[in-house]
Structures are given as structure tokens and as C-alpha cells.
Design a protein around this ligand. Sequence first.
Ligand SMILES: [Zn+2]
Length: 357
Amino acid sequence: MFIFDAHLDLAMNAMEWNRNLRLPIADINHREAGLTDKPDRGNATVCFPELRKGNIGMVVATQIARYVASDNPLPGWHSPEQAWAHTQGQLAWYRAMEAAGELTQVTDLQGLEAQLARWNDPDIAAADKPIGYILSLEGADSLVSVEHVEFAYQYGLRAIGPGHYGPGRYANGTDATGKMGQLGLDLLNKMASLNIILDATHLCDDAFWQAMEHFDGPVWASHNNCRALVEHNRQFSDEQIKELIGRKAVIGAVMDAWMLVPNWVRRKSTPVEMGLNLERVADHIDHICQLAGNAEHVGIGSDMDGAFGREQCPYDLTTIADMQSLAGILRSRGYKEADVENVMHGNWLRFLRRVWK
Ligand SMILES: [Zn+2]
């Protein structure tokens, strides 16, 4: 079945993890033998061949670079200009992958329909089909000024998550608290004027509710699970999920272990001992469906290889291609075929057709 994955840090893997995503996954992992600079070395699950194998023909792909003030212990750049330059390097990689025929950037409805038609055309060989990507910015710190949004829109940026982890220049993110200041509100106004999608993922609760009040443009949550199942401020409360449903949003289910099962301890717990398989992902998907009363507000936003790999995701995912199994799990839970299709791709497509019409 066709899969739309609304959150992958492809450029981060290429430019920070130094992974050549054009290679087979075994080659990427083989080359990381002995490396310890990142927690997930040798456990990569995402590359272009695996995306093709999994029939994942549309993704939302990120630019990501954090700014950190001198009192911020998180890793990041020491000025917004450095962070901006880093995202421009990531953009250059996306452009190079377009030139190589691996990716094609989707920025409007016409481009989306063209990509779907090409991807689903049986007369075109899989190797000749670029994977469609929508460019998104995870954490807005790298936008030196609000005016930079206009320039970014010109190169194809179509969604922005104002916050990420910790305090942000525009919005405070996961594990932080506090409302947005004028800069954050100005960013939201600029996004609304350009019809840029607000990604509510990673906004701290204060910023989330403030943004819902202030922003009248399109909202989605590219990668977010449920607080009712795993208690953490990174997850959405039922009230937040209901608010998003009311705004016709779609929420992407994440494959990151600690967001799927309670009491996961990073670098200690293993997926097998924690009983973590794709059934647990289906639990989060189903929770959102029960709150909505339908299967129209949840999709996949896997975040696979988003600074974690096979060691920290469901044990029945050897690579991202195995997300195909999710369709069968939903069927076995009684989901009708139309609803399975909604979750696997249809909800993101319907969202984009509405927002980009
Ligand atoms: Zn994230």
C-alpha cells in the first residue's frame, strides 16, 4: 500500500550523520561499524532503496538546526546565522538529490497530483521514480529574521514547527515552558499570510494553546503520540488532540520507542524486552481515532532515523519499509479498508488538497 510519511530528517542524516542515503541500508550500517559518536550508529533504517521498497512515495522532509544561547546546555549553533547556513547546506543536499533523480520537491497541488500519478504508474520502473518530498523546518531558530520566511517560501518551504527541544527564539519546545513573545507571533502571522502549515509538534503546552488562539492558517502535527498512553510533555493530551481534530488537522504517529511505551530508558531498554512492536503504534493511532470518532485525523510521521535507529523502535521494523505491516495490523483490529488507506496516506493527501486548493 502507498505510504505517506510526514516526518523524516533526511538531510540531517546525510549532512550530520554522514549517511549516503542512495546506498543500500546494509552498506550504510556496515560503514558505521565501530563508530560511537552518535547513539544509533550501525542501526540506520532509512535510505532511498528502503523507501522505494516500502512504497513510501511521499514524505515531509526537514531542515533542522538549533540556536543555543550561552546558558543552554543542548547541542546547537552559537548564532542564528550559523544555524541558517546549516539549513542552507541541507537544502543544497536536497537539490543534489533532485538532480540525481532520487527526490522531487512538491510545493503545490499540481505537483502533488503529478507525483502521485507518476509513483502509481505501473509502466514506470521503480528506480525511475523520484520520491516526493515537502520541505519543512523543524524548529524555527535558524530563521535569522521573520523576513527570511519569504525567502524560504521561494525555495519551497511549506511547513514550519516554531519550536523543537528546549527554549527557542520563536517558541519554546519540548521540556520547556512559557508563551511566545512578539517574535513568535510575528512568525505565525507571516506563515498565515503565505499559507505555510503550522506544525504543532514540539510546541510546549503554553505555546501550543497560544498558537491555537493566534494562528488561523492550516495546522498539522507531523510527528506526535498520545500523552494518555505515555505520560510526557512531548506527547499530546486528549484536549490538545481534540483541539487539533476540530481544526481539521492530521497527527503523525511516531516510531520512537520512548514515545510508544511507558518507562523506556534510553540506551538501556530494548524493544524485545519492552514488548515494543507495531501493535503499540496502532494503540496510539487508535486512541486518536477513538477521540475523533473516525480514522480521518491520524497518519504516519515516523521520524525513523531521527537520532534513533533500530535499537529504539518497534522490533518488527528492521527498516522503514516494514511500516507496510501497519496496514495488516489495523485490518486485524477491524479497520475497514478505506480507513486503513486513510491512515497510511489518505489523511495527509486530503489535508494537502484542502490547504493547497
Ligand atoms: Zn522531532
